[in-house]
Design a protein around this ligand. Sequence first.
Ligand SMILES: [Zn+2]
Length: 117
Amino acid sequence: MKTEYIVLKETILNNNCPECYATESLLLSFKQEKVFSRLVIKTKKTIVEQMDCKQCETTIFPGRWTDDIERVYEYHKKTLQPKPSSTRFTNTTYLLLLLFFLLCLSLSIYLYRSDFL
Ligand SMILES: [Zn+2]
C-alpha cells in the first residue's frame, strides 16, 4: 500500500510565527489522503491539516495558534473544495476479472462439450 496526498490548498499566512515571531513564514496546508493498493485506489474523506514555520522549521500545533491564526485558518478551511471520497479499481483488478471470466467461459465450454462426447 502506498499513500499519497492531494494538495487542496497551500498558503503562506501573514501572521507572525508563535515560536520565532517571523512574518510570512507560516505555511498552512490542507491535504487529502489517497491510498493505493494492488486492487483499489481510494480517495479518503479525511483532510490532513498542517502548519509549519519555514523560518524556524517548527510544526505549529493548534494549541500554539493565536486567535488571529485561528481566524485565518477558519477562513481558508471554508474555501476548501475537497474531492469526493471514492474507491476505484486498478487495472490489475480488471485484468484479474477478465482472466476469471475467460476461465469460467473455457470451463463451461469444456463441460458442455464433454457432456456430448
Ligand atoms: Zn517560526
